[in-house]
Design a protein around this ligand. Structure first.
Ligand code: SF4
Length: 459
């Protein structure tokens, strides 16, 4: 295989229907694939196929483009889809080389040890990408490479454990899809990361375990340059806690103002950060911050301690008030604990009512395999570890202790109705997202009800 002729098709699997109400309105760009594209584009013929966008045909693309390598990214629930895509790729062209990567490959690479998958990228760096693909282009068997688990070595690696390197994505690689990428009502919307890791180290959280227990901030000049290059009017900054560092935020605003950059920003932030420097957050709002996704998690202070949250329930009220006064929307997320009884669910609904976020979402506590929580709840798990598609954030995965599963799902349904009918304000959504998105959200919310009713009846 001549180096200049090697063709690589990078694929994002189609979306798996999840029992999450607002998830359907988040079509983020496949940034991991854009990063791989950026590293390899000058060396090989490379293309991204986003199967999450309707209308794409995998077999047809394989036939017309005829890739030598098919690389597939993954989320935790995507394992079976990735294996299926690898199998289908080999059906079209037997000698095609298949590569799996993404979040699940980092957390449980062994999920992809499969007859149809040749290499698994546990983490991605410039060096390991270039090393593997250069061997593939030359038709050589690769040596052991850090972070790459190859079938020829029985999926062994060098044993060096690393993390994903920060690499600027090449957003031109998804030009044909970009108009579809959205984040709730913001469409088109790009995503970007300005910092990796999180020092809050909440017990239930996978992200700091993947990215590191301390923030690793990327140079702001590099960030502003990316923002200036992004065509979309809105950008979701998916750092774990973008509002974490006061000095950095001030410098961020200085640069936006000096370069006259105007965008809408949405970000994740912790309660602790919001409470720490409200004046700076106000300045970020003057520079385009429109909404913040805040993990309030629970109404119960004891649970906050158990979750190792670095803030209290009282702080959550304070953060809600600060955002309200600054005029930044709050999109709140909560976790339903499997030990809640009916009264806890009632207290939870009262808590949301007092916090008054513009949008609320929730998920039952989900103890993923790599979390210490997994050990605590091992005996109460309702799914096998290999039942990947059930490990979405929407399903109850831990057997409730104070009521039957059916009763618990009944309470979950009540929460859905409460949030959709009482809390998620129609005028707000109309103003923020427009009538057509509101209709889509409304239809999506209605569509999710039968899913939960079915889950309840099956319990
Ligand atoms: S603040 Fe958010 S990202 Fe950071 S550890 Fe806690 S849940 Fe994870």
């Amino acid at each position: 295989m001549g180096k200049e002729k090697m063709k690589i098709l990078l694929v994002r699997p189609p979306r798996i229907k999840q029992a999450v109400t607002l998830g359907e309105f988040m079509y983020a760009e496949p940034i991991g694939l854009e990063i791989v594209y950026g590293v390899l584009k000058d060396l090989y013929e490379i293309r991204i196929l986003d199967l999450m966008i309707a209308g794409e045909d995998f077999e047809k693309t394989c036939e017309t483009f005829s890739p030598d390598v098919v690389g597939i990214t993954s989320l935790c629930i995507d394992v079976n889809k990735v294996k299926e895509i690898a199998r289908r790729a080999k059906m079209v062209k037997r000698e095609v080389i298949t590569v799996a990567g993404g979040t699940q490959a980092y957390l449980r690479p062994q999920s992809f040890f499969d007859e149809h998958i040749d290499h698994v990228f546990q983490y991605t760096t410039r060096k390991n990408l270039e090393a593997l693909y250069s061997c593939l282009a030359k038709g050589e068997a690769p040596p052991l490479i850090d972070g790459v688990l190859s079938k020829v070595y029985n999926y062994q690696s060098t044993g060096v454990f690393g993390r994903n390197e920060y690499i600027v994505p090449d957003r031109t690689s998804t030009t044909q899809y970009r108009k579809h990428y959205s984040y709730l009502g913001f469409k088109p919307c790009a995503i970007m990361q300005t910092s990796l890791g999180c020092s809050k180290n909440c017990d239930f959280c996978l992200r700091w375990r993947i990215e590191g227990a301390k923030e690793q901030d990327i140079d702001l000049e590099c960030i502003i340059k990316q923002i200036q290059d992004i065509d979309e009017p809105s950008i979701m900054i998916f750092d774990n806690d973008f509002l974490n560092n006061k000095e950095r935020l001030e410098r961020f605003c200085d640069l936006l103002e000096a370069r006259k950059v105007q965008k809408n920003f949405i970000c994740y932030a912790s309660v602790k950060s919001i409470c720490s420097h409200p004046d700076t957050i106000k300045r970020v709002a003057q520079n385009g911050l429109k909404a913040v996704l805040v993990g309030y998690e629970t109404f119960n202070q004891e649970e906050m301690v158990k979750y190792k949250k670095k803030s209290t329930v009282a702080d959550s009220y304070k953060a809600a008030q600060i955002l309200n006064e600054i005029g930044v929307d709050c999109w709140a997320s909560f976790m339903l604990h499997p030990d809640w009884d009916r009264n806890d669910f009632k207290s939870f609904r009262r808590y949301i009512k007092k916090l008054k976020p513009e949008i609320s979402t929730f998920s039952p506590l989900t103890p993923f395999r790599n979390l210490p929580l997994y050990e605590s709840y091992k005996d109460r798990l309702l799914f096998e570890e290999s039942d990947y598609e059930s490990w979405s954030f929407g399903k109850v995965s831990v057997k409730p202790s104070k009521m039957t599963l059916r009763q618990y799902y009944g309470e979950v349904l009540k929460v859905i109705l409460f949030i959709n009918l009482r809390m998620n304000s129609v005028p707000y959504m109309m103003k923020r997202f427009g009538v057509s998105t509101l209709l889509r959200i409304g239809i999506g919310s209605i569509k999710v009800l039968p899913t939960y009713i079915k889950l309840m009846m099956k319990s």
